[in-house]
Design a protein. Structure first.
Length: 67
C-alpha cells in the first residue's frame, strides 16, 4: 500500500516521486507574514507517521489590518 512520500510495502517508490501530498494553508494576510518553514525529518518522524511534520513561523505582529 503506498504511503505518502515513502517507498511502498513492495519496495516501489511513488510514481510521482518524493513530495508532499498535503500542504499548509493560510489566507493572504497571514501568508504575507510567513518567515520560515521546517520539515521535521528523521527516523523517529518516519516511525511515527507516513507524513512528515511541517511547522511554519509567522510574524503576526507584521500583519496589516485594514490597510
Amino acid at each position: 500500500m503506498p504511503r505518502g512520500h515513502w517507498i511502498d510495502d513492495n519496495g516501489k517508490p511513488d510514481p510521482f516521486g518524493p513530495g508532499r501530498i498535503d500542504s499548509p494553508r493560510a489566507n493572504l494576510a497571514v501568508a504575507c507574514t510567513a518567515r520560515t518553514h521546517t520539515t521535521h525529518d528523521g527516523s523517529l518522524a518516519k516511525k511515527a507517521s507516513d507524513h512528515l511534520l511541517v511547522t511554519a513561523d509567522f510574524a503576526l505582529d507584521d500583519m496589516a489590518f485594514g490597510r
